[in-house]
Design a protein around this ligand. Sequence first.
Ligand code: GLN
Length: 299
Amino acid sequence: MQKSEERSIFVAMIGFDLHKTKRHFTEELCKGFTPREAEQLMRILLEDLFGIDQKRQLMEPELRIDELQHAQLEEAVKRLLEGVPVQYVTGKAWFDGLLFQVDESVLIPRPETEDLVQKTASMLPLDRPMRIWDVGTGSGCIAIALAKRFPQAEVTAFDVSEKALETARRNAINNKVKVEFICDDVLRPQSLAWHQPVDLVISNPPYVCEREKVGMERNVLDYEPHTALFVPDDDPLLFYRQILNLAMPQLTPRGAVWFEINEAMGEEMSQLCKEKGLAVEILDDLYDKPRFCKAMLNS
Ligand code: GLN
């Protein structure tokens, strides 16, 4: 028997000690991250790649991983050190208590957007059937979280990217909810779905101005889809204006439009809604930044 064969049989039998492996890769990660971040990243890798949760990581000292898993960790750590966001490395992100598959065709769900879903959901009646649009759905996180919370709702999710919709469809199946996904460009709408009555319109459209790129993290800029992020400096409310134009004629009398917005645009958003004759409220996020906009027909 060849030496390398002997070694691989040996490793296959007993694998790698999890704790030593964890220590080794945490040290590796410290080349690009603070020790705290490195530990957090290691915990996420073991949880999301192998399903070994934090409790087991701590309580089961005899745990071992096999050679394949070791190689997977090595590759994951390399990609993290290159700057790839951890959710793209594991292909997983949590949102509103649900697990989503993510890839570079969709934005990684943000805590602010989770807050948007929670705020919106707290205003919705639990017992009434309603129609919901999620405009620019990406991974599908908003649409799917709402469909899960309100099983009686009819949820339609739009996106311009067919690749994003593939991911979103998979996420709806994995989370066992029914959402209608439609590929359409909100700026050049073709779908007949825009002509149906709607009770809730919700959207986290692109809202970062091109000029704001300078202050952004490299891992966002280098890996996340720019079509989901950026708007031209000279027309930052482009998507909001268009969504309101489409939504207003279809909105039921007590219906509402909820947006996530750029923290620098609270005043302008409020102005835009008022110009359109809507009643508007701007709400703060977890960091006390103006982040959400709720608009209703003035009756
Ligand atoms: N909040 C996101 C960011 O800071 C932007 C999301 C968006 O443009 N809709 O990267």
